[in-house]
Design a protein around this ligand. Structure first.
Ligand SMILES: Cc1cc2nc3c(=O)[nH]c(=O)nc-3n(C[C@H](O)[C@H](O)[C@H](O)COP(=O)(O)OP(=O)(O)OC[C@H]3O[C@@H](n4cnc5c(N)ncnc54)[C@H](O)[C@@H]3O)c2cc1C
Length: 656
């Protein structure tokens, strides 16, 4: 480990290697790993227990699959029903390399698009596996009865998402996540009925139990009674989703938080690429300063909708319908003629920001700048007819009208980028195991296969790949060494973890502060958006770290948590989550500061091409940044995992 602090903020430790990564021909690697992974026979599975935190697509699919295999599963989630996990909000679709459109798609092309889309910052082996199992996911979901959209002849329909030139996105109108989640939920409930899965609704994991270096369970708070419970198992799976709400305003559900992954990080799990955040280009613009949520308009709308701003700044206040064609700038079609409106999200977002920074944004001004661009359906309505447009996108149009009061069939929608997804997450090896033996991480919660930028419709694919296909084949290799020794209630490590959590709750309840949790969260979010959002600079990130530290200190002194600990108490729940967001936000800024290059969603203003595109520095930064927690007040330690490209040639991304 480096003796002196780098940039005054972090140290560098030993390189980290993915010891489970198979070698050999790319297309044989997953098969090889499955064969090499040890098995647990059915009779022994009944003696082993697994805790799954999260019942979204990743956790729901994982818990159902592990239950079906015969393990004893306990599934935890903070909603009242597993069906309410944030995955329900996914609108647009799920990718799979089935080549139904006969447009020259293949497993290799999905692999290639994903590696390129992620700006060459993901592992080749993982991404190939993801592309390989993508087709199985669709078969699995169809068998469950998921009502994917079909063509007139009855075959499954596809549409396109950003960063690709084929149609490989399967969808269920604008409710794909909901329908997929119902499929996973049915599978989960079948196991609940069979007795292999026990469900713990309204339970929040507040800590990870690590004993003798292994993950052995969780501390969970019953959110209704306030009871702090200890649950022990042979292995733990965290599938708790993304941490985009560190920005306060995001398209994520209000409850989404980073606490499960952050608490595990504090117990020893390395955090991979925390600064990789996805800003989605098509969201309904913020309309005021008291707003607490942003709404996504699905990327699928970019299949037909055309994005533009007025050519002249003086036209921005006009009714868009009065602006003639020759005065409109369809800037994505102009700058990227090959991909047009379907460039990847990071690129579309940055260009929207550029247009608004130039003074050509539309809609109401916030802090003196109109932050909106048009997404126009006039041409598709003319071409396909209103009924056809409505059949494809009707529920999205209705949602837009309910929120804005404007009818998108008549007037172009206004959209602007917003925080949407986090590519960073807990570091995992090829088996999805973290640096803590026995702790596995699935779905958006892990540092994922998407590199520095996720392509649209690939999160659902990854969550379900992890839950239905990867975990059930890799976790056995670990559990084959179990059952692990029983954990005594008097175990000193356990007692220390329990005490830390009850003390933390006691602190919040007794702190006689004067500021609400939400007000701290909002201020933290503003700092993150301003300095660690769409564009980052060395100066801004340093400033943000100082501001976050000062605000965090104030938080611990002055936060006011009302109510009681032994009852339903949302202020207490939020206090714990915001406390974790402070630490996570700081690590995001440190990671963004150390990565002196631009790649995907991480745009450092100092590192751009002459045309304003992200400029990578592969000679210095072709690695995964895996951060180790070194203790409160201590500088985090960076471990680098080299990314070796054997099959794809790394080059400057081009969508022109
Ligand atoms: C508006 C929107 C639309 C999207 N549309 C698409 C799309 O069309 N296609 C696509 O591929 N992706 C889409 N995404 C991304 C995708 O929805 C998510 O990445 C994905 O659903 C995450 O699934 P998950 O299972 O990892 O986590 P989630 O679905 O977020 O589930 C997290 C689970 O963890 C539980 N949990 C969290 N913390 C705790 C804790 N401390 N204790 C106990 N339980 C906990 C929750 O209760 C929940 O059950 C969209 C995202 C958004 C925001």
């Amino acid at each position: 480990m480096t003796e002196t602090l780098i940039k005054g903020l972090y140290r560098e430790g030993e390189a980290i290697v993915d010891a489970k990564a198979p070698q050999g021909p790319l297309e044989k690697r997953w098969e090889q790993r499955k064969f090499d992974a040890r098995l647990v026979n059915p009779a022994n599975r009944r003696k082993l227990s697994v805790i799954v935190v999260g019942t979204g697509l990743a956790g729901g699919a994982g818990a159902a699959s592990l239950g079906e295999m015969g393990y004893n599963v306990k599934a935890f989630f903070y909603q009242d029903s597993a069906r309410r996990a944030h995955s329900i909000a996914a609108q647009g679709g799920i990718n799979a390399a089935k080549n139904y459109k006969n447009d020259n798609d293949s497993t290799y092309r999905l692999f290639y698009d994903t590696i390129k889309g992620g700006d060459f910052r993901a592992r080749e082996s993982n991404v190939y596996r993801l592309a390989e199992v993508s087709a199985n996911i669709i078969d699995q979901c169809v068998a469950q009865g998921v009502p994917f959209a079909r063509e007139y002849g009855g075959l499954l329909d596809n549409r396109s998402f950003g960063g690709v030139q084929v149609s490989r996105t399967f969808y269920a109108r604008g409710q794909t996540g909901q329908q997929l989640l119902i499929g996973a939920y049915q599978a989960l409930m079948r196991q609940a009925k069979a007795g292999t899965v026990e469900l713990f609704s309204r339970h929040e994991m507040v800590d990870l139990i690590v004993i003798d270096g292994r993950a052995r369970g969780i501390i969970a708070r019953d959110m209704v009674t306030g009871e702090v419970e200890t649950h022990i198992a042979d292995a733990v799976v965290i599938a708790s989703g993304g941490y985009g709400n560190v920005f306060f305003l995001s398209t994520n559900a209000m409850g989404c938080n980073g606490s499960a992954v952050w608490r595990a990080h504090r117990r020893g799990a390395f955090f991979g690429n925390p600064c990789y955040t996805q800003i989605h280009p098509t969201c309904i613009p913020q309309h005021g300063s008291s707003q607490s949520k942003l709404t996504l308009m699905s990327e699928s709308l970019r299949n037909d909708g055309r994005i533009w701003v007025p050519k002249k700044a003086e036209d921005t206040k006009k009714d868009p319908r009065d602006i003639p064609e020759e005065d409109r700038d369809y800037y994505l079609e102009r700058i990227y003629p090959s991909f047009g409106n379907l460039v990847p999200r990071d690129i579309a977002s940055r260009q929207a920001k550029n247009m608004c920074d130039e003074g050509r944004g539309v809609g109401p001004e916030i802090d003196g700048v109109a932050r909106g661009v048009y997404l126009d359906f006039a041409e598709p309505i003319q071409r396909m007819g209103k009924a056809q447009v409505s059949a494809k996108y009707g529920n999205l149009f209705d949602m837009y009208e309910r929120i804005t009061g404007e009818n998108p069939y008549e007037v172009p929608m206004r959209i602007y980028p917003a925080v949407h997804y986090t590519m960073g997450g807990l570091w995992v090896d090829y088996d999805l195991q973290s640096t803590i033996p026995g702790l596995f991480v699935a779905g958006e919660a892990n540092f994922s296969d998407h590199g520095a930028n996720r392509l649209g419709a690939s999160a659902l694919m990854q969550g379900l790949a992890d839950g239905y296909f990867v975990l059930p084949n890799t976790i056995n290799d670990y559990l084959a060494d179990g059952p692990f020794p029983a954990v005594d209630a008097e175990n000193t490590e356990l007692k220390a973890i329990q005490k830390e959590n009850t003390d933390r709750i006691a602190h919040f309840m007794s702190n006689d502060g004067n500021r609400s949790v939400d007000s701290f969260h909002k201020e933290l979010g503003q700092i993150m958006w301003e300095y660690c959002g769409m564009e980052r600079t060395e100066e801004g990130l340093k400033k943000a770290i100082g501001m976050i530290r000062a605000l965090r200190e104030d938080f611990w002194k002055n936060v006011r948590v009302t109510g009681k600990a032994d009852e339903l108490n949302q202020a207490l729940e939020k206090a714990g989550r915001v406390a974790d967001f402070f630490e996570l936000g700081e690590l995001m800024c440190i990671d963004a500061l150390h990565r002196e290059e631009s790649c995907g969603g991480h745009f450092r203003a100092e590192s751009q091409t002459e045309e304003g595109e992200a400029l990578r520095h592969d000679d210095k930064f072709a690695y995964v940044a895996a951060w180790e927690f070194a203790g409160d007040g201590e500088a985090p330690v960076l471990h680098k995992e080299d990314l070796n490209y054997e099959f794809v040639h790394m080059k400057q991304r081009s969508y022109k």
